[in-house]
Design a protein around this ligand. Structure first.
Ligand code: IDP
Ligand code: MG
Length: 132
């Protein structure tokens, strides 16, 4: 069993897609271990995405991630990290494979509805970040 972190981002919460996302996760066999709704402070959003701080989209990303509440969810499944990345699809929904969550519901490359940890090490760090 492996754990990973998903975040339902502000655009999906705002469009009332929370139940849809959770349904997709459970249907795919993920078990929810913990979940919470919170409005990120600017400081917390900056820290979470610190790896992207030199990127041109960083400031807009922080603005977007603090524009409304997000829902971090701790998930468990065999090969959870890879499996969840496959389920959500590519960062840019225009390039995401058919049937992936982002292809289905994301608005654009920034407002792409969900975050998922990209490696087991990142998943561990991000889990502590949100759930201690
Ligand atoms: P990921 O979420 O698929 O792991 P990353 O490259 O880690 O993608 O980027 C983090 C987040 O930054 C993306 O999910 C998206 O919200 C935003 N982002 C990434 N690339 C761009 C871009 O080219 N323009 C605007 N926003 C972007
Ligand atoms: Mg990433």
């Amino acid at each position: 069993m492996e754990r990973t972190l998903l975040i339902i981002k502000p655009d999906a919460v705002d469009r009332k897609l929370v139940g849809h996302v959770i349904g997709r996760l459970e249907k795919a066999g993920f078990k929810i271990l913990a979940m919470r709704m919170e409005k990120l402070t600017e400081e917390k959003a900056r820290e979470f995405y610190a790896v992207h701080r030199e990127r041109p989209f960083y400031n807009d990303l922080v603005k977007y991630m603090t524009s409304g509440p997000v829902i971090p969810i701790l998930l468990e499944k065999e090969n959870a990290v890879t499996g969840l990345r496959e389920l959500i699809g590519a960062t840019d929904p225009a390039k995401a494979a058919c049937g992936t969550l982002r292809q289905e519901i994301a608005l654009d490359v920034q407002s792409n509805s969900v975050h998922a940890s990209d490696a087991p090490e990142t998943a561990a760090v991000e889990t502590v970040f949100f759930f201690g």
